[in-house]
Design a protein around this ligand. Structure first.
Ligand code: NOJ
Length: 735
């Protein structure tokens, strides 16, 4: 696919350097409002020729420009060839960028500030490289399937958590000047047959689960939304009036533009009239055909698409460009995706990765306070997952292999890895300070692992599970995972080590849940450190937790089951008509299934107590009726009740806690027993207290009923706790 011609074309752009001084590059912009952005867009629209309009809405073709997506410039208004580039955890196809923590790991920090900062740092790198549109964040896949290949790009199996993380990420990105893209709209839960299958989903499930985080994205003024590959109720998402016009533009009041996923467009007029505003990448990967370009102009000429529809596309695209201030000296594109080169990026963005690598770690087991480690005499570090890929961190295109420590999944949502601190590197560095002998068995051979472990005071075994986008198959996994086991016989490795070492610490890097039943109760497995997909600061963040520089404060953004069937969902071999509100913990709660570790769970080195639940506000029953603004009815976003609780660090060391609020709806609502509707995160010194405040918005108490959002009347239960199953305080709201 990567032909030399395209490389030559694209190399020419490399000579255009950013003219902005560093302070302008790093400045945060006060965004325009949509009204102002639209008046500018309208003024510019009047100056455009028909062919310029078509050029703005049509990609120039796959590999025909420096970015994964490019459009034609419109010189009459000083509008550039727009550069659209992946992805959700940093900038793809450039060396020297930061490999940020994956979305799923950002979610496991439950830390709004860190998530916001991650967005702003990513956006800043995008801007430095002249990326106009960064293709992230992702809220779909949401995580209906534990094995779903791309769940790790997004923020966990709960729409509320996804929604908060989407909004913070988008705000951060757009303040830095890049346009964010919320993807993939909508119900794109599996990689298998993603571009042929239909997700046949009812109205309510769409609104309450899958569209929910996109409403947050729209409310955060996201510039663009990417329609997905799949069909929704038998119509392609990127051709669907219901999906784009009705649900996104009318219901959610989306003012930006809808771009197709790459080749997700299927017709000229259906997509245009259905509400799509930009086609990507333009020419087909294989056939070189355009649905838009000249064909869109013909459709206008013969009356199949109204000129006003094309004008609306252009206005939406231009308004988004003005919204984030890209008309004012935005850097020119300075890299070439098809000839990956080294760039110098300024800014200490790794600090965010270090914080997330640490604070996203979830401590799952810690028998007899085995952790933190205190200058042990000897540590054996075991597993291929403890080192950088011996063939080089970027040995496989788009990280399409599983060799060495896992810090991100594979596919378009990956980036080049320029700096990577692996677990073994960081443990060795710590060992030097402590006078610890560090030995290693940096492979997955169980016998070798056991012999390295047998005489060590502590054995740290690193295992992993990977997944990614379906165009790459890794070890037989075509995007979605084949099963929920650790890869490379990780269970056997842990078992062999635990057989000979009484202080075995298991470190898991994973895209999502794995089954740990064969060893989790083994008394020699004294600790389990769920280290997620931490990004380039992996080892440093791990050592912070292993050695107690910080107390673990991550919480699981999904449920870890005892067996796969407990999730109750199966990746569909064809169309999928099995959808309900009961995914992840919602199902475990309804069916009283005991998980191994529940959604929201995570241990600390200290203890927290919860007290003094207070509830104020008097929400009223009935439908939301406010005006439509970005995000939907404005009254859906109004706070209707406030819940507070006192959280005290009653243990011996400083730590951070994530108090969580789960709401149970009135009997007869048809909702899961409880749903996440709030969380806080704060650091507390030993003995200190703080008030957790949860603001419930009208939407947080609403269900989708008969075509509208309605607050049902009756008794809502208010549950505040340390996880979805560790509820410490209960109250009621009567509506
Ligand atoms: C297809 C993926 O689904 C999407 O997420 C990505 O942004 C585009 N390819 C461009 O690489």
């Amino acid at each position: 696919m990567r032909t030399a011609i395209f490389s030559i074309l694209a190399t020419a752009t490399l000579t255009t350097q950013s003219a902005l001084p560093s302070d302008a590059l790093h400045s945060k912009r006060a965004l325009l409002g949509w009204d102002e952005a639209y008046s500018k867009a309208e003024a510019s629209l009047a100056k455009l020729s028909s062919s310029e309009k078509i050029g703005i809405v049509t990609g120039v073709g796959w590999m025909k420009g420096p970015c994964v997506g490019n459009t034609t410039p419109a010189s009459s208004i000083g509008y550039p060839s727009l550069c659209l580039q992946d992805g959700p955890l940093g900038i793809r196809y450039v060396k020297g960028v930061t490999a940020f923590s994956a979305g799923i790991h950002a979610a496991s920090t439950w830390d709004r500030d860190l998530i916001h900062e991650r967005g702003s740092f990513m956006g800043n790198e995008a801007k430095q490289l002249g990326v106009n549109v960064q293709l992230g964040p992702a809220a779909g896949a949401l995580g209906k399937f534990a094995k779903g290949g791309r769940n790790w790009e997004g923020f966990g199996a709960d729409p509320y958590l996804q929604g908060i993380a989407m909004a913070e990420t988008i705000k951060g990105m757009q303040e830095s000047g890049v346009q964010a893209t919320a993807k993939h709209w909508t119900v794109n839960e599996q990689e298998r047959n993603r571009d042929t299958m239909s997700s046949n989903v009812g109205d309510r499930v769409l609104r309450e689960l899958y569209n929910w985080p996109f409403a947050d994205a729209v409310k955060a003024d996201v510039a663009s939304v990417m329609c997905s590959y799949n069909k929704v109720n038998s119509t392609w998402a990127c051709e669907s009036d219901f999906v784009m016009n009705k649900m996104l533009k009318e219901e959610l009041g989306f003012k930006g533009y809808v771009m197709s996923d790459w080749n997700a467009q299927h017709t000229t007029t259906g997509s245009a009239n259905g509400g799509m505003d930009m086609t990507m990448p333009g020419s087909d990967f294989n056939e070189g055909s355009y649905f838009w370009g000249p064909q869109l102009q013909s459709a206008v000429n013969n009356g199949q698409v109204q000129q006003s529809r094309v004008d609306d596309m252009v206005k939406r695209i231009l308004a988004s460009w003005y919204l984030v201030g890209q008309d004012k000296g935005y850097p020119a594109t300075s890299f070439d995706s098809w000839n990956v080169g080294q760039k110098t990026i300024t800014g200490n963005h790794f600090t965010n990765v270090r914080s997330m690598a640490r604070d996203g770690i979830v401590l799952l087991k810690n028998e007899g306070a085995s952790l933190p480690l205190k200058a042990p005499k000897s540590v054996a570090v075991i597993g291929l997952d403890s080192i950088v890929n011996p063939r080089g961190a970027n040995a496989c295109v788009d990280r399409g292999c599983n060799e060495g420590t896992l810090i991100m999944g594979w596919g378009s949502g990956s980036v080049e890895i320029s700096n990577l601190v692996a677990p073994l590197d960081a443990i060795k560095a710590q060992g030097q300070k402590d006078g610890t002998t560090v030995t290693s068995s940096p492979n997955d051979n169980a016998q070798q692992g056991a012999s390295a472990a047998q005489n060590a005071e502590v054995a740290v075994v690193c295992i992993n599970a990977n997944a990614g986008e379906g165009y790459i198959t890794v070890e037989g996994n075509a995007g979605d995972r084949n099963d929920l086991n650790a890869w490379h016989n990780g269970n056997a490795l842990v078992e062999a080590v635990a057989k000979v070492n009484k202080k075995t610490v298991v470190v898991v890097h994973s895209v999502g849940p794995i089954l740990m039943e064969s060893w989790i109760e083994n008394p020699n497995v004294v600790a389990v450190v769920w280290a997620g997909l931490p990004g380039q600061e992996s080892g440093n963040g791990l050592v912070d937790i292993l050695y107690g520089a910080a107390s673990p404060s991550g919480k699981l953004p999904y449920t870890i089951a005892k067996k796969e069937s407990d999730y109750g969902t199966t990746i569909a071999p064809g169309d999928d008509s099995n959808w309900d509100l009961f995914i992840d913990y919602r199902r475990f709660d309804r069916d009283n299934i005991e998980p191994r570790f529940e959604f929201g769970f995570g241990l600390s080195y200290t203890n927290f107590t919860y007290a003094d639940l207070a509830i104020s506000g008097a929400p009223t029953a009935g439908p939301a009726t406010g005006d439509i603004a970005p995000g939907g009815h404005v009254d859906l976003w109004e706070t209707v009740a406030t819940v507070t609780a006192e959280i005290t660090n009653s243990g011996g060391v400083e730590g951070a806690e994530v108090p969580q609020l789960y709401i149970g709806y009135p009997a007869g609502s048809g909702t899961p027993p409880k749903q996440l509707r709030g969380f806080n995160k704060f650091k507390l010194a030993a003995g200190a207290s703080s008030t957790a405040t949860f603001e419930l918005r009208r939407r947080d108490l609403s269900i989708w009923k008969d075509g509208e959002w309605v607050v049902p009347s009756g008794e809502f239960t208010v549950n505040v706790g340390a996880s979805s199953r560790d509820i410490r305080l209960e109250g009621k709201i009567t509506v």
